[in-house]
Design a protein around this ligand. Structure first.
Ligand SMILES: Nc1ncnc2c1ncn2[C@@H]1O[C@H](COP(=O)(O)OP(=O)(O)OP(=O)(O)O)[C@@H](O)[C@H]1O
Ligand SMILES: [Mg+2]
Length: 228
């Protein structure tokens, strides 16, 4: 089973949007996907309530029960577990980072998001240096903010996903009806971006699983390793 966690101490960076989109992407290629929603706002659970189709199952979870819940999920044949966490909760972020194979840090290319990244990095260190990947989200069509954000993240030695998500209405519109962007508009740019992000993440996870744990933690903390 692969376990990914969405963590960002800033609110509204795209944690839940990515959590549901990636879980749906895994389901679309035949994996059994499950979302653990650690957020008391229950955004992912509410998304599931609006959803008409099958899967992914969304579980309303507590940080202290997460490890046990994951074990149970693996016993039940889950292939791809996604943990969505609330903003500004070190307890949830730490619990998720401890059990995840890979932490994804969605980040808008703007100062308010970027200035919270060192705090997220501290949580990753406390969790035992879980491999992490920042994903630039809601990137405007014009300007070079994403380049500046990428440079900032490189300086902090946080690897950055080569695929970015643009600022697109489809992410909000799809969530409002319990769908992922790639279901709402299969041929749209948002769909293409999510599928590329999913493929990239899966390649990182597969690569990681083939290495001893200590080694992959060390390598992932070096920028350029993943992108290379
Ligand atoms: N790439 C994008 N383009 C446009 N809007 C986006 C994008 N990603 C997310 N959004 C919108 O931004 C808002 C916040 O996204 P989301 O709920 O996924 O963030 P979050 O990090 O889970 O927030 P919270 O910290 O409150 O849990 C939502 O309205 C969502 O539709
Ligand atoms: Mg959320």
């Amino acid at each position: 089973m692969y376990t990914i966690a969405l963590i960002a101490q800033k609110g509204g960076t795209g944690k839940t949007t990515l959590a549901v989109s990636l879980a749906v992407a895994a389901g679309q290629v035949g994996l059994k996907a499950l979302i653990f929603d650690l957020d008391p706002q229950a955004t992912a659970c509410n998304w599931k309530d609006r959803r008409k189709g099958d899967g992914p199952v969304v579980i309303d979870a507590q940080p202290s029960r997460l490890a046990a819940a994951l074990e149970k999920a693996e016993e039940n044949g889950v292939d791809f577990a996604v943990i969505d966490t609330p903003a500004r909760s070190e307890q949830s972020a730490l619990a998720a980072a401890k059990v995840a194979d890979l932490v994804l840090i969605p980040c808008r290319p703007q100062a308010y998001d970027l200035e919270t990244i060192p705090n997220t990095k501290e949580i990753l260190a406390l969790a035992g240096h879980t491999p992490a990947l920042a994903i630039l989200n809601a990137v405007p069509a014009f300007g070079d903010r994403h380049e500046q954000a990428r440079a900032f993240l490189n300086r902090l030695q946080i690897p950055v996903c080569p695929v970015m998500l643009g600022n697109r209405a489809v992410f909000g519109d799809s969530g409002a009806v319990g769908l992922a962007a790639q279901e709402y508009d299969q041929r749209g740019k948002g769909a293409a971006e999510i599928l590329q992000v999913y493929k990239y993440i899966l390649s990182v996870l597969v690569q990681q699983k083939s290495k001893p744990k200590k080694e992959h933690h060390e390598q992932q903390s070096r920028p350029g390793h993943i992108a290379g």
